[in-house]
Design a protein around this ligand. Sequence first.
Ligand code: HEM
Length: 140
Amino acid sequence: MTQPANALFASAGGAAGVHNIVEAFYRRVEADPILRPVYPEDLGPGKAKLELFLVQWLGGPPDYSQKYGHPRLRMRHFPFVIAEVHAGRWLRHMREAWRECGVPEDVQAVVFERFGTLAHHMVNDKDDVPRTPLEDARLT
Ligand code: HEM
């Protein structure tokens, strides 16, 4: 049987579930001496954007794209110098956040297969990419 497009969003606990996951993830980022310096001083705006993005990415309402346009995630990460070590820690913190929020392991398995590929795709420390801040740019 095929799953409805928003099945993952529902399994993650809907909007409230995603909110809790993002909070749990950012708590870990904040306490991580290697990952924290990659992020700007004010974590608030990025946290809100990650939450909107994840809602959409899991099949919930597409508010992220309505506000910011196409995600273009790799390009949006260019201003931040991301090495393999950061991708590994990002994934570990995200995984622990999903566990803390009690999302079933079989759902996590599907989600983290996709996160794994995406996270390694964000690595850009050896690339000659523009580092100019993009902030709230609407991308097409
Ligand atoms: C590989 C390790 C990663 C690191 C070190 C990292 C780091 C960052 C940083 C520093 C920001 C900017 C936050 C701000 O402006 O306050 C950001 C934004 C964001 N990240 Fe990541 N990220 C990683 C992987 C990912 C992955 C795998 C995803 C998606 C599943 C993701 C989704 C986002 C989103 C949606 C934003 C907001 C983009 C925007 O609209 O400006 N990141 N990330």
